[in-house]
Design a protein around this ligand. Structure first.
Ligand code: NDP
Length: 485
């Protein structure tokens, strides 16, 4: 019997599912059991061509609709996503392995927020009038044209919506390529947009590995590329986009600092560290994986952290009581286990976890290392798994310098009751998305993105509009034209 997660076909182009079994088969593995639940096929050059030409054509009429009309469609899509939240969450769990307890509140709901928010903004995208005596200039905010979205595997529904919603609100069309690891959810987003009234061809999904992404990024018809992925992929895609002078948004990796001063509320700080390291089994780009704890509260913090981490319910992600799921793939599990071994070898003190969990599927215990030093591999490289490094510090000046000593700059957090210090420290940290007495909140109203190697551009909020549109300025002369001859 076909598994319920098996999509009707691999791609969604011009308003309908499309199949081409000549492409490389991509097995979809359920991370909690290791069983194959679906198969899709990588896009062939013919499929890529179909998606790009359709999206190019559909964009013209879409951009000519009023913002109110475009917005209404996006808001309708948001309503449909919310109505189907349960089914979409189950699919997200099959796609990623993340527990239903999370997917019910963080995926389709976050996608719906983006559709609703950008749907609401679509009608307000106006230019300005600049008086120049008798003459004047007016500006228009115009679509960029055809946009390509490329997603990572940790939030397949959310990433498709965070890219698709602002792109479409501005009058662009999109061809979206999910990660080959999680190809299922973006197809549902495409289906729902059509059901909500989006014209065929405005949002298309094609499957494939990096080479399909590469073909999309280098096509001369493409005006913008928005990637969520790792820093090495980001560098390649940015360079390829630059060769065609295309706009880019790069949402890349991180090794973010979470700084806990000794006046912090310990339970809130432990909660922030848990959210910032173990949600989605640590597969979150903005995670605060370098937890700097001031020496005075270090042992108290570690004891409470170990106690609360012991309460994680590791198991069947479809059971709503489960609070901790598997790694997305066997490969990712092995990468993370490799980092855990490195941590042990390099002399970090293992506080809890540190092993593969004794289950089918790709489960790793939530792991905490203490006495981590700045030069250890686990403190320098993005692990993208449930491995928290606790480092200790004495002074504010010292911790800010150490926190900034990294190529990354996605997020940063600080826990303290001293608000003057909180704002001063955040002001001195090199990061794009920051938190005070909290960690990893990502509401659609707030800009999201990194500095340094962690990215270019911002997603969400009004900032995303700037990255999916451009300004045309028009000089209007009321009198005669003066010329030298
Ligand atoms: P990858 O960088 O491996 O892949 C990202 C996407 O790019 C995938 O769809 C991939 O295809 C595609 N791709 C790979 N090579 C190319 C290429 N040459 N041209 C075009 N596309 C290409 O990232 P992961 O999927 O492994 O995701 C994990 C990474 O994503 C982490 O580093 C994490 O920090 C980052 N991330 C960043 C977020 C942010 O907002 N800042 C959010 C979530 C994750 P395929 O995999 O199918 O081959």
């Amino acid at each position: 019997m076909t598994h319920p997660a098996q999509p009707k076909a691999s791609h969604f182009i011009n308003g309908a599912y499309v199949e081409d079994t000549a492409g490389t088969p991509i097995p979809v593995i359920y991370a909690a059991t290791g069983e194959q639940i679906a198969t899709v096929y990588a896009a062939t050059p013919a499929i890529v061509e179909q998606a790009l030409s359709t999206a190019k054509e559909a964009q013209k009429a879409w951009a000519k609709m009023t913002g109110t009309e475009r917005g209404r469609i996006l808001r309708r899509a948001a309503d449909i996503m919310r109505e189907r939240n349960h089914d979409l969450s189950v699919l997200e769990t099959y796609d990623t392995g993340k527990p239903l307890q999370e997917t019910l509140v963080a995926d389709a709901t976050s996608g719906a927020d983006a559709l609703e928010y950008f749907g609401g903004l679509a009608a307000s995208l106006t230019g300005e009038h600049i008086p120049l005596g008798e003459d004047w200039v007016y500006t228009k905010r115009e679509a960029l044209g055809l946009c390509v979205g490329i997603g990572a595997w940790n939030y397949p529904t959310q990433i498709a919506c965070w890219k698709g919603a602002p792109a479409l609100a501005c009058g662009n069309s999109m061809v979206f390529k999910p990660s080959e690891t999680t190809p299922l959810c973006a197809l549902k987003v495409a289906e729902i947009l059509i059901e909500a009234g989006a014209p065929a061809g405005v949002f298309n999904v094609v499957q494939g590995m990096g080479e399909v992404g590469g073909a999309l990024v280098t096509d001369p018809r493409v005006d913008k590329v928005s990637l969520t992925g790792s820093v090495p992929t980001g560098k390649k895609v940015y360079a390829a986009a630059a060769a065609g002078m295309k706009h880019v948004t790069m949402e890349l990796g991180g090794k973010s600092p979470l700084i806990i001063f000794d006046d912090a509320d310990i339970d809130n700080a432990v909660g922030g560290a848990i959210n910032g390291n173990f949600y989605s089994s640590g597969q979150v780009c903005s995670n605060g994986t370098r937890v700097f704890v001031q020496k005075g509260i270090k042992e108290k913090f570690l004891a409470r952290l170990a106690e609360r981490t012991g309460n994680a319910i590791i198991g069947d992600p479809m059971d709503e009581a489960t609070s901790f799921g598997p790694m997305v793939t066997e490969n990712q599990m092995n990468i993370v286990l490799g980092y855990i071994e490195k941590g042990k070898e390099e002399g970090a003190r293992l506080i809890c976890g540190g092993n593969r969990a004794d289950k089918d599927g790709y489960f790793i215990e939530p792991t905490v290392f203490a006495d981590v030093t700045d030069d250890m591999t686990i403190a320098r490289e993005e692990i993208f798994g449930p491995v928290m490094s606790v480092l200790d510090f004495d002074t504010e000046e010292e911790v800010v310098a150490r926190a900034n000593d990294t190529e990354f700059g996605l997020s940063a957090g600080v826990f303290t009751k001293d608000f003057t210090r909180a704002h001063r420290v955040i002001g001195n940290l090199e990061a794009g998305s920051c938190f005070i007495n909290s960690y990893n909140d990502a509401p659609v109203e707030a800009p999201f993105g990194g500095v340094k190697a962690s990215g270019v551009g911002r997603e969400n909020s009004k900032e995303a509009i700037k990255h999916f549109s451009q300004v045309k300025s028009v000089y209007v002369r009321m009198g005669d034209v003066e010329a030298a001859f």
